[in-house]
Design a protein around this ligand. Sequence first.
Ligand code: ATP
Ligand code: MG
Length: 321
Amino acid sequence: MTALHSLQQPDHARGAGSDAGPAAREVVDRARETELLEAALRSGAHVVLEGPPGTGKSTLLREVAARRDSSYVVVEGNAELTPARLVGHFDPALVLERGYAPEVFVDGPLLDALRSGGLLYVEELNRVPEETLNTLLTVMSEHEIAVPRLGRVRAEPGFGIVAAMNPYDAVGTARVSSAIYDRTCRIAMGYQSADAEERIVGTRAPVPSPEWAACAVALVRSTRAHPEIRVGSSVRGVIDLAGLAHELGRSRGVAGDDWHAGLDAALVALSGRVRVDESSSRRPEEIIEELYVAAFGPPPSSDADDSEPGESGGGDPPGEA
Ligand SMILES: Nc1ncnc2c1ncn2[C@@H]1O[C@H](COP(=O)(O)OP(=O)(O)OP(=O)(O)O)[C@@H](O)[C@H]1O
Ligand SMILES: [Mg+2]
């Protein structure tokens, strides 16, 4: 509850949008994964959370970290995460004055975590440059690090590394795997159940009705099973779809579950999120529209007598004309 967490490199850490906020959110479902992660960390193991984007890896970690009494530090894996950024550096101006004294060293996130017995959470591990990865690998197996001119820094009890990886990200996944897997435990994070996704969207976005949320979740889930789509949308797509449909309904003066507003929202929220397979000649918009009709039913036939100008709230789940 009392965890202090600092977001290192906030520019990068903020990349994921609203969901990158530091506050721990309530995790829907995932009791099993939570138990496994907590047990692994208590046992002193390092952990890789592996799963497609949007499967709740960061959400789970934040929840687990917030329940521990130690601090945690998040770093975003990317080309700029050099060993010096991760470990820390001597302040050049102070070195001129005082030489390479330990108090002149500015701890990076790794040293912070080591010294405080905290958690280091590395997002997008597969994008971490090789040199930095080597530093991490050494710390994982030795539980200490030798920093030139500073000396050895040993891990305090409680220290652990949790890394998140996306199995679909071809960038360097093969390069990372064998060395990392041999030093870590792995928790696979698959997509949430439909029921969990409905509950997640209910807490993250305004939904006109549970029935509408169920159709929106069905639509987004169908992008993951479509033969012409290589990678479908995560629950983030449902959250955006619901938010957009709500705003469109307001600006158009129609109900939040208006069929046409929903279709526009789906096109905007999902067409960029799905990757159409190279073998398909169709545009993502065409496939999304087809899936929208499959999930929400055909357009209401009574378009002429436009829905009541106020709110109707009734909703038109699939099949209802
Ligand atoms: N089990 C869950 N409980 C509550 N919210 C969830 C859950 N899973 C996902 N979400 C919500 O879905 C969004 C994406 O989740 P999150 O950022 O944790 O995914 P991720 O696996 O870390 O994704 P990425 O691989 O892109 O970093 C967030 O808005 C989060 O609140
Ligand atoms: Mg994440």
